[in-house]
Design a protein around this ligand. Structure first.
Ligand SMILES: [Zn+2]
Length: 113
């Protein structure tokens, strides 16, 4: 066992046992945990991308930092067209609609920066 578990601290192994008990109680498996981790990572990546875009796009009219909102991502932000996001200037009301994917927008903003 020392060879297999030596890399883990006793605390980590105790957490693992607690996790196993919790999973058993809710009739879940480590496969469900794996799925949950993947979902959480995807969510955090999206949030990071959103924050990054917010930080670096300024209004072409007045230079104020524009807010950034992805659209058509769920039932509550449907626009009825193929928009992916909107940049909006809180100072002069300038808006700029995007149809490119969020990943493409970020890539181009990096080039501009
Ligand atoms: Zn502006």
């Amino acid at each position: 066992m020392e060879k297999i578990l030596g890399a883990y601290t006793i605390g980590m192994l105790q957490d693992l046992l607690m996790l196993r008990h919790t999973l058993e109680r809710h009739r879940k498996s480590f496969f469900d945990v794996e799925e949950y981790i993947e979902q959480q990572i995807a969510l955090r990546t999206k949030e990071k991308v959103r924050k990054k875009v917010y930080m670096i796009k300024s209004c072409p009219v007045c230079g104020t930092r524009m807010s950034f909102s992805p659209v058509n991502t769920g039932p509550r932000n449907q626009t009825g067209d193929n928009s992916t996001a909107v940049f909006y200037c809180p100072k002069c009301d300038e808006d700029y609609w995007e149809t490119r994917s969020i990943e493409e927008i970020v890539k181009d903003l990096r080039k501009e920066a």
